[in-house]
Design a binder for this molecule. Structure first.
Ligand SMILES: *Cc1c(COP(=O)(O)O)cnc(C)c1O
Length: 484
């Protein structure tokens, strides 16, 4: 700190001085006066930090005013907005996981345009419950006695543990103590919900006897967690729901007067349809199968394999779901009308025989590589039509898409991508341009010095057009120096 150039710090302008610059004068008339002043303050602060850390930035009133105006005006631009996903990761958590089906979008629109039946029963012409909109549909699809939907699956896990294992024990295999993105860790959730975690087995192997030995009169549940985003391969063993059911049943028979030991599965991805015919033996077992095997409760996300909005769904025995509905967390974690509308409409699509085609996430996961190739071919032609050959080499290459979102881990989905090799400009610069400068950001895959556009996650011909346009604009601004 000793040799901080105080003369530079003293040269920094006052906030008021910058605010009176013509660049900012119009903004100052805007009602939240602070909006312009805050922008000025933050630009000055950043300069001050640079000076303190030893830099000697030029201090120019006009430049400061300009930077502040840009910053203030950027508040007017949407931050959460649509992007085109050409990464080939279908359930991309950073990009909002599942895009919604047109039916779900229409349902949201309908419900938010005016008032709705959110908590009103048309039948009874009286107060209704928001829990009713999806419950019958979920039951019809999964064969569950009852169901409840909350904010997300992390919330669902928290609520189940809180209701049934608070102050008691939940037994879980060491091979299933997972962490998934966004700081969700099974041990941490356990702690928050006041359940005592009892770990059994080893990382790679857990036997039925490990569970049996750990059961005490204080055990509330046997918890099974879908490994989600990783695979344990090689010398492994885990215990299935059906075997856990047998253990719980014999235990419950022996202590018929105590609180029954329950089986709860955090299934995670929410597979409603068996994808074996599309993805082979890697397909995840369905929610219906978990219930049939004997799980008392199963929870999963709404926006992974299910293909709906962000939600956490809990299905299972009615007496347990009824208890969850009365837990105060059900109110804390409840869904809003937009999500409920999207979820209900998505669930209804499962009643049709071609659900896999009508739900975008399932359609993308199951589309044949040949069909993907056709879309990539269209993209290649659109770009080739507008771009001189001397700019880039375009090639359609076989590639691998991923399910993402902790579903179907390590499953290689064969796909095709448009590969661009740059003869002018660079892949990295183009990637930056497509993300930062395009009105709808385009997320491609940068692989060494090539840019790949995976056709599997490109949703429509409109998106093909957007990508072709973005690529051509990149070269145009490179040549002419203008964005347009
Ligand atoms: C994804 C996942 C979660 C968290 O679900 P969110 O809907 O993201 O909150 C929890 N458990 C498992 C096994 C998962 O795969």
């Amino acid at each position: 700190m000793a040799n901080v150039p105080t003369e530079l710090l003293r040269a920094l302008p006052q906030v008021e001085e910058v605010l009176s610059h013509p660049y900012l004068a119009p903004l100052e008339q805007a009602p939240p006066h602070r909006f312009a002043a805050d922008a000025v303050r933050s630009v000055i602060d950043r300069l001050r930090q640079r000076i303190i850390s030893g830099e000697r930035p030029e201090i120019d009133l006009e430049e400061i005013a300009y930077a502040a105006a840009v910053r203030a005006l950027s508040l007017g631009k949407p931050s959460l907005r649509r992007v085109v996903n050409a990464s080939g990761v279908v359930i991309h958590t950073n990009l909002g996981r599942s895009p919604l089906a047109p039916e779900a979008i229409a349902a949201v629109n309908d419900v938010i345009t005016g008032y709705s039946t959110l908590e009103y029963s048309v039948q009874n012409m009286a107060r209704g419950s928001r829990h009713n909109h999806c419950e019958r549909l979920i039951s019809a699809i999964t064969g569950a006695e009852a169901a409840i939907a909350v904010n997300n699956n992390a919330a669902a896990v928290m609520m189940v543990l809180n209701e049934f294992a608070r102050g008691r024990e939940a037994i879980v295999s060491r091979g299933e103590l997972i962490e998934i993105g966004g700081s969700f860790r099974i041990p941490d959730i356990m702690e928050q919900s006041n359940a005592r975690m009892v770990e059994v087995g080893a990382t790679n192997k857990t036997h039925l006897a490990d569970y049996e030995r750990a059961i005490t009169p204080d055990t509330a549940m046997l918890l099974k967690v879908h490994p989600s985003n990783f695979l344990i391969q090689g010398f492994t063993e885990s215990v299935g729901i059906a075997e856990l059911r047998r253990v719980a049943d014999s235990c419950n028979k022996a202590h018929a007067t105590g609180i029954p030991l329950m089986i709860y599965e955090d299934q995670g991805s929410g597979a409603f349809v068996d994808l074996t015919s599309a993805v082979g033996s890697r397909a995840e077992s369905t929610i219906a199968a978990s219930l049939k095997a004997g799980a008392d409760l199963v929870s999963f996300s709404g926006d992974k394999l299910l293909g709906g909005p962000q939600a956490g769904i809990i299905v299972g025995r009615k007496e347990y779901i009824d208890r969850l509905k009365k837990n105060p967390l059900a109110r804390v974690l409840r869904l809003d009308k937009m999500t409920l509308a999207a979820l209900e409409a998505t669930l209804r699509l499962y009643l049709s025989p071609d659900a896999t085609r009508r739900i975008p996430t399932l359609r993308m996961l199951t589309e044949s590589a040949d069909d993907v190739r056709k879309r990539v071919e269209t993209l290649r032609m659109k770009v080739a039509d507008r771009l001189p050959r001397s700019f880039a080499k375009l090639e359609i290459v076989p590639e691998i898409s991923r399910a993402g979102g902790g579903a179907l881990p390590m499953y290689d989905i064969p796909t095709y991508a448009l590969q661009m090799e740059f003869l002018q400009g660079t892949a990295q610069r183009c990637d930056e341009y497509l993300v930062r400068q395009c009105p709808i950001p385009i997320i491609a895959r940068l692989s060494k010095d090539r840019l790949l556009f995976d056709g599997r996650t490109i949703l429509s011909t409109e998106e093909v057009e957007i990508i072709a346009d973005g690529i051509c604009r990149y070269f145009a601004q490179m040549q002419g120096g203008s964005d347009e």
